[in-house]
Design a binder for this molecule. Structure first.
Ligand SMILES: [Cu+2]
Length: 294
């Protein structure tokens, strides 16, 4: 019992340090250690929150880990065999046993709390998103319908459909809430843009999965189907193009006026090859060939 007060004080100090470290675990720590295995380069607000959760969790886990390793080595050195005398035999230490029951519970509670908060944020959809896009998946391509609002009662105002020779572009504005409503014409697909650090299955039938993102960076990012859906699953690509809200409005207006996807892209300054997907390209279907699998 003589040591318990000192031990308690040390543990208290440790909790404070670990707590502070978790709070301060921003991007710097993550970048230094290459995200501790978490994918880098998320482009949405949601992806940044998930990243921060991961970094803070790893830092907290490491803090607990170093503390436990420290205790182990301390015991090994402090209580190493010194002679043939039997050391003092201790049967239990109630304060410490209560502590190591309560401490893990607190750690798990904190991790659970932040996980629940961020999961709720990632799943959150607002009643009035700035842009609603219906994502229609089919074997083996995508259709993007720009809707007048959320829900099945809304109308499609402009639409883009991918073909074997044209990669569909999903043009969206930055800094706006974008709601994706998913629907499949046949089997289960999965809508995935790696840079969103997020994917969600696209179901046929009456289930319309949805999710919302706010994208912060302009750029062009490949999108893929992430659910094995048949022969050409691996080639079921699209491209996410995030542009300024002004350009997005121009693009949408061009589509609405009957312009094709490349023409609408040219209208907002993406000329030549840039009017088409730059992160992926159409695949050779070989549908006329008997040697499709060769
Ligand atoms: Cu698919």
């Amino acid at each position: 019992m003589k040591y318990s007060a000192t031990v308690l004080r040390r543990i208290g100090g440790f909790i404070t340090v670990a707590g502070l470290a978790s709070l301060l675990a921003g991007c710097d720590v993550g970048e230094t250690f290459d995200g501790f295995g978490w994918p880098q380069g998320g482009i949405s607000q949601q992806s940044e929150k998930m990243y921060d959760l991961w970094i803070a969790s790893v830092v907290a886990a490491l803090a607990v880990g170093f503390f436990v390793w420290g205790l182990i080595f301390w015991c090994v050195v402090r209580y190493r065999k010194r002679g043939t005398d039997l050391p003092v035999q201790t049967r239990f230490n109630l304060p410490i046993e209560v502590l190591y029951t309560v401490l893990p519970f607190l750690v798990v509670s904190v991790l659970f709390y932040y996980t629940a908060v961020i999961q709720t944020n990632v799943n959150q959809v607002s009643a009035n998103p700035n842009v609603t896009v219906e994502v229609v998946a089919f074997k083996w391509n995508w259709q993007f319908n720009y809707r007048s609002g959320p829900g099945e009662a809304a109308k499609t105002e402009a639409s883009v459909t991918g073909t074997s020779s044209l990669i569909p572009l999903l043009v969206v504005p930055t800094g706006r809430t974008i709601l994706f409503e998913e629907h499949s014409k046949d089997v289960i697909h999965s809508f995935w843009v790696p840079e969103l650090l997020f994917k969600r299955d696209v179901f046929p039938g009456s289930t319309r999965n949805e999710f919302q993102v706010t994208i912060e960076e302009e750029g062009r990012y490949v999108g893929r189907c992430a659910e094995l859906c048949g022969t050409y699953h691996s080639m079921m690509n699209f491209e996410l193009v995030s542009v300024s809200p002004e350009k997005f409005e121009q693009y949408l207006a061009a589509l609405k006026s009957g312009k094709t996807q490349p023409e609408a892209m040219e209208a907002i300054g993406f000329t030549g090859d840039k009017a088409y997907a730059v992160t992926t390209e159409p695949f050779e279907t070989k549908r006329d060939s008997k040697a499709a699998n060769s």
